[in-house]
Design a protein around this ligand. Structure first.
Ligand SMILES: Cc1ncc(COP(=O)(O)O)c(C=O)c1O
Length: 453
C-alpha cells in the first residue's frame, strides 16, 4: 500500500484533495486509498472493511450510496447534468432551500463550502463598504481562500495586506469582539462563526455536566438566549453583517439548521457538507437585502460579481440535495443523528470508565456530531495518545478520528465499535503509563494547520 501512497504523492500535491485526508493526519496503519462505501461502511484498496466514523469529513449524513439519493442524481445525469440556461432542478432546489431555512430569502449554490463562505465575505464587504473580517478563533476552518488561511499558521503565498484584514475574537467572549470593534471603528464588515464546535455557546445549559458535556436535542430550544444571540445583537448595533457558517451543523442539527433550532436570524449563512449526502453541493444564503447585491435586475445599480461558475448548479448534485431533503423528512434523519450520536458518546464513556480511563478518553459536545478527546496524564490533549487510539481502532475495523455518526449506523456497526474500543483502550492505558514508544507504529498524527511539514 505504501506504493499507492507514493503514487498519490507523486501526482497530487498533498496526496489528496483535502489536507484533512492526508497521510499525515492518520496513523500509519490507516488505509491509503478507499474504493467504495455503502451505508456506514467503507472498503479500502487493500481489501479491508471499516465502520466509517469519519464519513468523508462529515459530508455524508445518511450513508454512502443511499439508493434513492443516487437514483435522483442519476435521473439528473440522464437529463444532461448541465444546461445552457438555468435548469429546472436549479429552480426547484433554490425554492426548496428557501422554504426550509426560515431566515433565508435567497440562495446561491456552489460546489464547495470554501467558495460559499468566501462569497459571504464578499457580500458583507459590498453591503457595508468595509473591508475587515472578524472570525472566531476557536473555529478551525472556514475556507481555503486567503482571507481565512492568512489567519492560520500557513501564511506562505498570502500578501500581508490580506492577512491584516482578518481579525480574531474568542468564542463565548463578547468583550473580545467589542475590543476589535473599538480598535477598528467602522471597519469590520462581518463576523464569521459556527453555531457550535466542541464548545457549546454560553447560555445553552445542558442536562449533562462534567469536563466535556454532551448537548442533546432536548437541550436546545428557541427560548434560550445564548452567546450567539448576543453576537447577533452586537452585529446589528454596529452595522456588521452576521455570517453563520452552518457547513457542519446544517442538515445535522435540523433541516432548518442550528439557526432554526436556536431562533437565530443571521444576515448570511453558509451550508454544504451533508446537504446532498456526499454530492458536491454547498451554498451561500441569506436575507434579501444582502443577497440582492448579486442580483442583475435592478437597472443602474452597481454590480457585485457573486459566485459565477460553470458547474455551480450541476444537476446531479441538486437532484441529490432534493432527495436528501425528502428522505430526511420521511425518516427523521436529523432526529436519528441526535440519538445515534448520543448512543455513541455513551458507549465511548462507558467503555472508558470500564477501562479506568474516564479522565483520559472523553466524548461529548453536540450529540449529532460529537467530539472525542484523548488526554495525557496532566489532562492535556495529546496527539501521541490520540494517534494510538486511532491506530488501534483502525486495526480493529473502525475508520476513526472523529465521531461522525450517519443515519445508517446499525447494530452490527455498534458491535464492531464496542469491540474495537475494548481492544484500543487497554493500549491507551499502557501508553499513558509508559509512553507510546513500542506501541505506536510510525509517526503520530499531525495537525493540518502547522507551518512546516
Ligand atoms: C465550518 C466549515 N466551513 C467551511 C468549510 C469548507 O468547506 P469545503 O471543504 O466544502 O470547501 C468547512 C470544511 O471542513 C467547514 O468545516
Amino acid at each position: 500500500m505504501a506504493e499507492m501512497r507514493d503514487r498519490l504523492l507523486r501526482v497530487i500535491p498533498g496526496g489528496a484533495h483535502t489536507y484533512s485526508r492526508g497521510f499525515d493526519v492518520y496513523p500509519s496503519n490507516a488505509p491509503d486509498v478507499m474504493v467504495r462505501g455503502k451505508g456506514c461502511r467503507a472498503w479500502s484498496a487493500d481489501d479491508r472493511e471499516f465502520v466509517d466514523l469519519a464519513m468523508a469529513l462529515a459530508s455524508v449524513g445518511i450513508g454512502y450510496a443511499e439508493e434513492a439519493i443516487d437514483e435522483a442524481a442519476i435521473a439528473q445525469i440522464r437529463n444532461g447534468n448541465t444546461a445552457s440556461r438555468p435548469s429546472l432542478v436549479e429552480l426547484q432546489a433554490a425554492e426548496r432551500f428557501v422554504d426550509l431555512v426560515g431566515p433565508v430569502d435567497m440562495v446561491k449554490f456552489t460546489k464547495n463550502g470554501s467558495t460559499a463562505v468566501t462569497a459571504a465575505i464578499k457580500l458583507a464587504r459590498a453591503h457595508t463598504g468595509r473591508i475587515k473580517v472578524a472570525r472566531c478563533r476557536q473555529h478551525p476552518f472556514f475556507s481555503y481562500d486567503d482571507w481565512f488561511i492568512g489567519s492560520t499558521a500557513l501564511k506562505k503565498g498570502i500578501p500581508d495586506a490580506v492577512i491584516e484584514n482578518t481579525l480574531m475574537f474568542d468564542f463565548n467572549d463578547l468583550d473580545s469582539l467589542a475590543a476589535l470593534v473599538e480598535s477598528n471603528p467602522d471597519e469590520i464588515a462581518c463576523v464569521v462563526m459556527e453555531p457550535m464546535t466542541v464548545l457549546s455557546p454560553a447560555g445553552l445549559p445542558t442536562a449533562d455536566s462534567g469536563p466535556f458535556p454532551l448537548v442533546c436535542r432536548g437541550d436546545i430550544g428557541p427560548g434560550k438566549r445564548t452567546f450567539l444571540h448576543d453576537v447577533q445583537a452586537f452585529c446589528q448595533a454596529h452595522g456588521i453583517v452576521f455570517v453563520l457558517d452552518e457547513m457542519l451543523t446544517g442538515f445535522r442539527w435540523d433541516l432548518g439548521g442550528a439557526q432554526g433550532m436556536l431562533g437565530l436570524e443571521p444576515d448570511i449563512s453558509t451550508f454544504g457538507k451533508a446537504m446532498a449526502n456526499g454530492f458536491s453541493v454547498a451554498c451561500v444564503a441569506g436575507k434579501r437585502e444582502v443577497m440582492e447585491h448579486g442580483s442583475i435586475e435592478f437597472s443602474g445599480r452597481e454590480r457585485v460579481f457573486l459566485l459565477s461558475t460553470t458547474h455551480g448548479a450541476e444537476m446531479c448534485g441538486l437532484g441529490a440535495f432534493l432527495e436528501t431533503v425528502d428522505f430526511s423528512i420521511e425518516h427523521d434523519v436529523t432526529g436519528a443523528l441526535w440519538s445515534i450520536g448520543e448512543r455513541l458518546v455513551k458507549l465511548v464513556r462507558s467503555k472508558a470508565a470500564a477501562h479506568g480511563l474516564d479522565q483520559h478518553v472523553l466524548a461529548g459536545g453536540q450529540a449529532c456530531r460529537p467530539g472525542i478527546m484523548v488526554l495525557d496524564r496532566e489532562g492535556r490533549p495529546c496527539d501521541q495518545l490520540r494517534s494510538l487510539m486511532m491506530q488501534e481502532m483502525i486495526a480493529h475495523g473502525v475508520l476513526f478520528g472523529a465521531l461522525n455518526p450517519c443515519y445508517r449506523l446499525d447494530e452490527e456497526a455498534f458491535e464492531v465499535i464496542s469491540t474495537a474500543l475494548d481492544h484500543a483502550l487497554p493500549v491507551i492505558d499502557q501508553g499513558l503509563a509508559n509512553g507510546v514508544d513500542g506501541l505506536l507504529q510510525g509517526e503520530p498524527v499531525k495537525p493540518v494547520f502547522r507551518q512546516y511539514n
